[in-house]
Design a binder for this molecule. Structure first.
Ligand SMILES: Nc1ncnc2c1ncn2[C@@H]1O[C@H](COP(=O)(O)OP(=O)(O)OP(=O)(O)O)[C@@H](O)[C@H]1O
Ligand SMILES: Cc1cn([C@H]2C[C@H](O)[C@@H](COP(=O)(O)O)O2)c(=O)[nH]c1=O
Length: 213
């Protein structure tokens, strides 16, 4: 079915997302990435998916803890995304803020598409309906082998429904991210996340510097 609704106006701010398999090290760098803009006096809105609004956080609790079939899972992450996009992301971009979001739709293509094997064409249709053309300006993909991510996750916290998955699931999620990066290499920048925290930081700093950000 063709979506004939008019596209939303172009946002004024900057939309940056951070992606990677669980344990890739994203959270360890978010503060420093945000600092790059706050140091220059820009407003940074830090948020996450699934989540970012009261409703979306409620849906997050269900997605991370309740058993469900892949279609239900896909619909819930997109329902959470719709609320988050309309209530938080678009208004922040319209105010000229930098929106720094821990995961967005690339995670859906990676986890539901790659990991669960859900139909990518259906995900693309949902993406269009929910986002109306909105895409991140830049996605930093923290990439590392599934075995290393599992070692990093270790036993530090109680694993959620995704973190309990086997290595083969995360290999498929990682392949899903690789497909998204190959399809849109200007937007999705792969970072080698297997090095030391300092080496990984040098990676995202180089990307931002190359963009003049
Ligand atoms: N470069 C690194 N080298 C070694 N350990 C790291 C590195 N980066 C992060 N870690 C450690 O790996 C673990 C996972 O890191 P972190 O929580 O940042 O990952 P994450 O990608 O945000 O995970 P999730 O998406 O599951 O929340 C933490 O214990 C963190 O201290
Ligand atoms: C946005 C999004 C997320 N997921 C999964 C990926 C992670 O396992 C969890 C979120 O946990 P985190 O500690 O905040 O990284 O949710 C998903 O399967 N699909 C999505 O669209």
């Amino acid at each position: 079915m063709t979506d004939t609704r008019p596209a939303q106006p172009a946002p004024a701010g900057r939309f940056i997302t951070i992606e990677g398999i669980d344990g890739a090290g994203k959270s360890s760098h978010v503060d420093a990435i945000a600092q790059r803009w706050t140091a220059r006096g820009l407003v940074v809105v830090r948020t996450r998916e699934p989540g970012g609004t009261a409703l979306a956080e409620t849906l997050r609790g269900l997605v991370l803890e309740q058993a469900m079939d892949p279609l239900t899972e896909a619909l819930l992450v997109f329902a959470a995304r719709r609320d988050h996009t309309e209530q938080v992301i678009r208004p922040a971009l319209a105010r000229g803020a930098v929106v720094l979001c821990d995961r967005y739709t690339d995670a859906t293509f990676a986890y539901q598409g790659g990991g669960r094997g859900f139909d990518l064409a259906v995900l693309a249709q949902l993406e269009q309906w929910v986002q109306q053309g909105l895409q991140p300006d830049l996605t930093l993909w923290f990439d590392l082998p599934s075995e290393l991510a599992a070692q990093r996750r270790g036993a530090a916290r109680a694993p959620d429904r995704f973190e309990r998955e086997q290595l083969a699931f995360f290999d498929a999620v990682r392949a899903g991210y690789a497909r998204r990066a190959a399809a849109d290499p200007q937007r999705v920048r792969r970072l080698d996340a297997s090095g030391t925290p300092e080496q990984v930081a040098q990676g995202w700093q180089a990307v931002l510097a190359s963009l003049g950000w």
